[in-house]
Design a protein around this ligand. Structure first.
Ligand code: PRP
Length: 181
């Protein structure tokens, strides 16, 4: 079972639910009268996106993008490739990029340049987790669920070797799992 690989729970299901509701309420206030487009960056953000979208009461649309970064192990590099592009035009739209985690900032730095070139009305970033200590690019989130230390976190969309995404909470992975791995 997945649970046996978890050292400790960092954010429970209830804590995640409460924080997601707060973020959604803030978005509802900030975008009152507008119709934002939520862009989920796959795959890590799929669960956060689904919960955030359901907690937002404004009319909004959703779209999805997938990117892969060439990096070794747990660090992303500056090189990012789009493996799935958006289905809709973002020209003139108010975009909220929805991410599970902001780490080095490489992925978002690339993505923001790409999105800006398509002339949206605005682009903001909503990330569930932020690891500011790991940042190498000057990216800051407009909406942050939780700031976390540099721990190996999994669950609620976040993976290690593509597993653990389906844990309903966020936990710290036992080092033995990735040390052997
Ligand atoms: C994660 C996350 C961000 C990126 C952040 O994706 O979803 O896209 O890393 O890291 P950075 O700030 O160092 O660029 P990941 O590459 O793990 O892919 P996944 O979403 O499919 O899990």
């Amino acid at each position: 079972m997945l649970e046996q690989d978890i050292e400790r729970v960092l954010f429970t299901e209830q804590e995640l639910k409460d924080r997601v509701a707060e973020l959604a309420a803030q978005i509802d206030r900030d975008y009152a009268g507008k119709e934002p487009m939520l862009i989920s960056v796959l795959r890590g953000s799929f669960i956060f996106m689904a919960d955030l979208a359901r907690a937002i009461h404004l009319p909004c649309t959703v779209d999805f993008m997938a990117v892969s970064s060439y990096g070794s192990g747990t660090t992303s590099s500056g090189q990012v490739k789009i493996t799935k592009d958006l289905s809709e035009s973002i020209e003139g739209r108010d975009i909220i990029v929805v991410e599970d985690i902001l780490d080095s900032g490489n992925t978002l730095s690339y993505l923001f340049r790409l999105l800006q070139a398509r002339h949206p009305a605005s682009v903001r970033l909503c990330t569930l987790l932020d690891k500011p200590s790991r940042r190498t690019k000057p990216i800051t989130a407009d909406y942050t669920g939780f700031s976390v230390d540099d721990l190996f976190v999994v669950g609620y969309g976040l993976d290690y070797a593509e597993k653990y995404r389906n844990l309903p909470y966020i936990g710290v992975l036992k080092p033995a799992v990735y040390e052997k791995g």
